[in-house]
Design a protein around this ligand. Structure first.
Ligand code: 3HC
Ligand code: NAI
Length: 687
């Protein structure tokens, strides 16, 4: 009946199949024929029961996100669900792949849900700055209870078919032949003639709610929302489901949805959703990917160990190479300890731990890397050492193996040139802890072959990373912009701000922590060592390090940490040190407000991003946003620095940077031409 929705009636069971690749989103061209199909089947005596199923790799993954922000075309999803609830014969959703957002909400309009064992079900709208807008907040609690629904809706994390069965969200789980099983299930339900009660009329689970416990759970969630509106609206909507009659709660959910979908936060989060998918695309079609079966990793330190775990977690066998047996033992022991922590926390089974550890092979002999298809170097950040390693790799790696460096700053072209095969060399800049952090900057050197790049971008996805392709420059996209963001930190202190004031301006903005807290967490000695190696100084941070104040690990840094606590406490000694250094330089303290802190840290961050676009180090402004949202904690509700620049007002940023440039003469403040152009056209583009 349509290219997107078809009907087949078999033994009295009508199967409505949705076929809207890639993820069967509920676009207008699906909703319309789906509504018509359900209307026809409702009144068709040949159909004793109706199964809704999907072709392709997944059940409906939600509303069509590209339609948000445009006029709504009828029938809306809510109308389809309302229609489903008027059908007096059994309706069954047959779920494989993922039933997400509007997809799960549609399934909640059915009398029954059956799922394949590997299916996942969830309401992830909160990750797009939204709440479920198709009745999910009102129907889900009626099936699984308010507490469980609140957890699912506020976290947005899908649950497995098994968990869904245990929670009452699905009625049956099948290991195979989903459609045949669903048809059999439908026939039984039609024959059984039991009562068919739409979820809207089921109130017993809601009546069990412990309101006090629910409100405490909601308050805890609100505390972690960090300025995001959507999690709060989600909690409010589930609360309404308990407190209000069904239709009133449904209307309230709709009102909240309309408000959120039009707001900046959801726009920002939707921007990031598409930006992440765009960033991973290599703009050369029909490229053969290289075969990647075994991974080699050189260096089993902080990064090498984490990278090795990331690949083992993705099911890849890993050869880990160190300089000595002792270093190797230490590296492998750390990996084992990390897995043991996951087991003790319940996030990994003992069996899975053993299975992952079985994927590691340790070695101190480069010849053992000969069967590796991708070899990642994670040794000391020193060009001479890296060149030596790549020289040895060149001698042993098989032809066509991809050779990658995890360098944070060094010139990948120079590293590539130390081999006879620069076309196979690129950067894979992981973030610490590499088994946890999602971001991966893939550094494309001048001679990197497109198929090597495409292979690594695909591989990144397979191990759950968000990949962004970047060009060669000091610090690539992330660390280079981080330097620009931090360039004024000490000046702000000398002129009168305190570390806590600066950090508070950051957390109020939505960052998980400010730069001084971050420094204490990472260890101040790292920056100190880097500065010394580069002949640079930082008047206050250097003194703190000379006093042995390295941050959390020594109990003192920019802050004090008492009794092993991670809670930073402002330290009058540090404030006295800052004032003494200011006096030495003849700087009189003045009041510095949050606005000035933002102008002098985040405006240079945007400005550096503009330079990165100009130099074509990043292909798109949205790639920069993906780096910052996934690697550095830029608040997702602001969409990343380049998206936020539009919200903040580019003209204002140009004007204020100009002001600070005149005040200080510092180059970080000089508005970049690409930023000026953005202020005029609203588009980020290299000139
Ligand atoms: N709408 C429009 N396009 C979508 C989409 C959606 N809901 N979900 C995915 N896509 C697109 C992607 O942009 C991508 O397009 P591209 O190939 O042009 O880049 C393509 O589908 C494939 O997506 P992925 O690359 O993400 O494929 P994966 O197989 O890795 O993941 C997925 C599949 C788990 C379904 C993942 O795409 C996903 O999480 N999608 C979003 C799910 C979601 O948030 N649903 C809720 C939507 S809001 C809603 O339903 C509101 C309702 O309450 C009213
Ligand atoms: P680390 O000091 O913890 O580990 C380095 C390891 O390499 C040590 O175990 C050492 O024994 C080993 N090693 C040194 N020379 C070797 C050689 N020739 N052959 C084999 N092994 C050798 O250092 P870390 O922090 O893991 O850094 C490694 C690389 O990753 C550096 O280039 C660093 O810039 C980069 N990086 C570090 C990040 C971090 O947060 N620590 C983040 C991203 C990148």
């Amino acid at each position: 009946m349509s290219n997107f929705v078809s009907i087949a009636i078999e033994n009295g069971v009508a199967v409505v199949t949705i076929d809207n690749p890639p993820v069967n989103a509920l676009s207008f061209h699906v909703r319309k024929p789906l509504y018509e199909a359900l209307t026809a089947l409702r009144d068709d005596p040949a159909a004793k029961a109706i199964v809704i199923a999907c072709a392709g790799r997944t059940f409906i993954a939600g509303a069509d996100i590209t339609e948000f922000g445009k006029p709504v075309e009828q029938p809306e999803l809510r109308a389809i669900i309302a229609l489903l609830e008027t059908i007096a014969k059994p309706t069954i959703a047959a779920i494989h792949g993922t039933a997400l957002g509007g997809g799960l909400e549609l399934a909640l309009g059915c009398h029954f849900r059956v799922a394949e064992r590997g299916a996942k079900l969830g309401l992830p709208e909160v990750k797009l700055g939204l709440l479920p807008g198709g009745g999910g907040t009102v129907r889900l609690p009626r099936l699984v209870g308010a507490a469980k629904a609140l957890g699912m809706i506020v976290s947005g994390t899908p649950i497995s078919a098994g968990e869904a069965k245990a929670a009452g969200l699905v009625d049956a789980v099948f290991d195979s032949d989903l459609l045949a099983e669903a048809i059999r299930f439908a026939s039984e339900m039609a024959a059984g003639g039991g009562p068919l009660i739409p979820i809207r009329d089921r109130n017993d689970r809601l009546a069990e709610t412990d309101i006090g416990a629910f409100d405490r759970q909601a308050t805890d969630l609100a505390r972690t929302a960090r300025g995001l509106e959507a999690p709060l609206s989600c909690a409010e909507a589930v609360r309404n489901a308990i407190a209000l009659p069904f239709d009133e709660a449904l209307a309230a959910e709709r009102a909240l949805f309309i408000k959120l979908v039009a707001g900046d936060q959801s726009r920002a989060q939707r921007h990031l959703f598409f930006a992440e998918r765009e960033a991973a695309k290599v703009p050369v079609k029909d490229l053969q990917r290289r075969r990647i079966a075994r991974i080699g990793i050189i260096g089993a330190g902080t990064m090498g160990g984490g990278i090795a775990m990331a690949f083992a977690n993705g099911g890849f066998p890993v050869t880990l190479l160190e300089t000595s047996e002792e270093a190797l033992r230490h590296g492998l022991a750390t990996i084992e300890k990390n897995y043991a922590v996951s087991v003790s926390r319940g996030s990994l089974t003992e069996e899975a731990k053993q299975q992952r550890l079985g994927l590691f092979k340790g070695s101190t002999d480069y010849a053992d890397l000969a069967d590796c298809d991708l070899i990642i170097e994670a040794v000391f950040e020193d060009m001479a050492v890296k060149k030596e390693v790549f020289g040895r790799l060149d001698a042993v790696a098989r032809p066509g193996a991809i050779l990658a460096t995890n360098t944070s700053y060094l010139d990948v072209n120079e590293i590539a040139a130390s081999t006879s095969r620069p076309q196979d060399v690129l950067g894979m800049h992981f973030f610490s802890p590499a088994n946890v952090m999602k971001l991966l900057e893939i550094v494309r050197a001048d001679k990197t072959a497109p198929d090597a790049l495409a292979t690594v971008t695909d591989l990144a996805r397979r191990i759950g990373k968000v990949a962004v392709v970047v060009g060669v420059c000091h610090g690539f996209v992330g660390n280079r912009m981080l330097s620009a963001r931090g360039a004024e930190n000490e000046a702000l202190l000398l002129e009168g701000a305190t570390p806590s004031q600066v950090d508070k301006a950051f957390t109020d903005f939505g960052w998980p922590m400010g730069p001084f807290q971050m420094g204490d967490l990472a260890g101040l000695d790292i920056g100190w060592r880097n500065r010394k190696a580069r002949g640079q100084t930082a008047v206050i941070a250097d003194t703190l390090c000379e006093q042995g104040r390295f941050g959390q690990k020594t109990g003192r840094g920019w802050y004090r940490y008492e009794g092993g606590s991670r809670e930073p406490v402002a330290d009058p000694e540090v404030e006295a040190l800052i004032r003494a250094k200011a006096t030495e330089r003849g700087i009189a303290p003045r009041a510095i407000d949050a606005e000035e802190i933002i102008e002098r840290t985040l405006y240079p961050l945007v400005n550096e991003g503009a330079k990165i676009i100009e130099e074509r180090i990043a292909a798109r402004a949205s790639d920069i946003d993906v780096v910052w949202a996934n690697g550095y904690g830029f608040p997702v509700g602001k969409g990343g620095p380049m998206f936020w620049a539009g919200l903040e007002g580019a003209a204002r940023i140009v004007e204020r940077l100009g002001y600070w440039h005149r005040q200080t003469g510092r180059a970080t403040f000089e508005p970049a031409p690409v930023l000026r152009r953005f202020a005029e056209t609203g588009r980020w583009e290299a000139l």
